[in-house]
Design a protein around this ligand. Sequence first.
Ligand SMILES: [Zn+2]
Length: 142
Amino acid sequence: MPSKEYYYKDSKKYIAQTTEWVKNNRKKHNSYVVKVYVKDILSGKKKGMDLRLKLLEFIGMKCLRCNYKKNTLALQLDHKKGDGNIDKKRFSSNYSMYRYYLNAPLEAKEVLQTLCANCNTIKRYENKEQNNKYEKNPNIIL
Ligand SMILES: [Zn+2]
């Protein structure tokens, strides 16, 4: 790999050489790109999971309704007023939403609560919250 100095000194030449190399080494190049992207995606997911866990620790590590706390994967950060879908539109990803609420702890406590997946689904149904796929299903047993 050429040094940075080389790149800045003669960037057109460098780009032409790189383009030529990519043309002749398509497979090598593609596998490199895939490796880099997969690594980025995986580390991004880990970062997101870490932030989610931090926010859970702050809001509460157990379900507010049934006290479930056995597995954090089944705990969800629920928007108390059921406006999660609207709120999420403010953010480009869950990651940026977690980051935002970690930096705004008062707002986070006001807006969010921890529910387990079961209680969250039931709450969504009871309150007729947005994107409720069960709403029009007459076979739901309450
Ligand atoms: Zn629960």
